[in-house]
Design a protein around this ligand. Structure first.
Ligand code: RM4
Ligand code: MN
Ligand code: MN
Length: 400
């Protein structure tokens, strides 16, 4: 049974917990072997925002949507129109994600490319992204680079490190004082020998050199398997360099599976470090939590609702760690008792307290069931299937 104070801690935690959905998580995605089409998947930005609006309407904790510049902004829909559309569906524009990885010119990298014309094009795209962020009221430009090399000797790693700083500075200078640029690191893929921003230390060094509006972003799938992610989070918190998260889960590599589906204790330990930091410092860090998932074969909206409610549950569990007790046990080197503080919170049944929060917020008690009952998915499937045929988007997902 939860005590009253634990229930209150959970209510307070859920009151401020928000998690952003990614526009690309509502569209058809695949692997490098092919793409599977779903009738109900979003076709365009209107569909994506409408779907994100559904997730927020049923969960109450996903008010913003991250957009990918080349996938979501097009010539026929400018930023003002997208802001309007988002509002219509009850959400707002979140992080703006530049795309420095899909154009042919980026075969050997974007902002680290040895060809100056390519670097210039990449810098221009970053500046255009900053403009989009300003016009959409977004606080965050979220940068993931595919830059790297595939074979030993191919690249001058030191030269490319210096290029990173130089090519990221114009974006930094273009941002408003209240905007941030986040640098997302990743150790592998699509380059398999070296990646220019391979880990949090590299992202940290570059962010520091670029300037005060740059921070490090942690994607939970972008680490080697045994790496201690919560330690990275603790260090970034302590140095004021934690810029935000891309949440997902994985079994092998950057699998982009549903958050908490494989290792919920990992997600809990990350949240624990954040709550512990807040308790110790007396300040609640404002962290943009974002989802970065690709549901290849799961129904997209259901998967997103499942993710948001799982995140709430794990965040709530981490909020009930008894920090006074934990701190005492840590000081006395009472390791079993200290570990028990975490285990008890992790295994606590926080669901009744979450139901209470939903009741107070006038939200459906079971967001997934309520969404299913709404009939939205089958209506969307019918309409979008017909639209796909009309648009000629019925080809298979083959790359041949
Ligand atoms: C990358 C990374 C980025 C995402 C792309 C599509 O692995 O996680 O955040 O924008 O995938
Ligand atoms: Mn990511
Ligand atoms: Mn990724």
């Amino acid at each position: 049974m939860m005590t009253d104070s634990e229930i209150q801690k959970i209510q307070a935690a859920l009151d401020h917990f928000r998690i952003e959905t990614p526009s690309w998580g509502f569209a058809d995605t695949g692997t490098r072997f092919g793409k599977f089409l779903q009738d109900a998947a979003a076709i365009d930005i209107n569909d994506k925002l409408a779907d994100a609006g559904q997730v927020h309407a049923f969960t109450g904790c996903c008010p913003s949507v991250a957009l990918h510049v080349l996938w979501d902004f097009s010539t026929d829909k400018g930023p003002a129109e997208i802001v309007q559309l988002a509002r219509k569906y009850g959400v707002r524009v979140g992080a703006i994600n530049p795309n420095l990885f899909q154009d042919q010119i980026y075969k050997y990298g974007s902002i680290c490319n040895r060809d100056e014309t390519v670097r210039d094009a990449a810098v221009k795209h970053l500046l255009d992204s900053a403009e989009l962020a300003k016009h959409t009221g977004s606080q965050v430009v979220f940068i993931w680079l595919a830059d790297g090399s595939n074979y030993p000797g191919q690249a001058n790693i030191r030269w490319r490190k210096r290029a990173l700083v130089e090519t990221l500075r114009p974006l930094h200078e273009a941002l408003n004082p209240d905007q941030l640029m986040l640098l997302e690191y990743k150790p592998f893929e699509p380059a398999f020998y070296h990646t220019d921003l391979a880990d949090w230390g590299m992202a940290y060094v570059i962010a520091k050199e670029v300037g005060p509006k740059a921070r490090v972003a942690v994607d939970s799938g972008h680490h080697y398997l045994s790496q201690n992610i919560e330690q990275i989070v603790a260090w970034l918190l302590d140095t004021g360099m934690l810029g935000g998260f891309h949440f997902n889960d994985r079994r092998y590599a950057d699998d982009d599976l549903t958050f908490g589906s494989i290792d919920p204790y990992q997600a809990f330990r990350i949240f624990h470090e954040i709550h512990f930091f807040a308790w110790e410092t007396g300040q609640q860090p404002q962290i943009p939590y974002m989802i970065d998932q690709s549901h290849i074969d799961k129904p997209k909206i259901e998967a997103m609702i499942q993710t948001a409610t799982t995140a709430q549950e794990l965040y709530a569990k981490a909020a009930v760690v008894d920090f006074e007790k934990l701190a005492r046990h840590q000081e006395r080197n009472e390791q079993v008792d200290a570990e028990e503080c975490l285990r008890q919170a992790f295994f606590a049944d926080v669901r009744p307290a979450i139901l209470e929060w939903r009741r107070r917020q006038k939200l459906p008690l079971d967001p997934l069931a309520a969404f299913r009952e709404s009939g939205y998915e089958s209506d969307a499937a019918k309409e979008r299937k017909a639209r796909r045929i009309e648009l000629g988007l019925t080809s298979s997902g083959s790359y041949a």
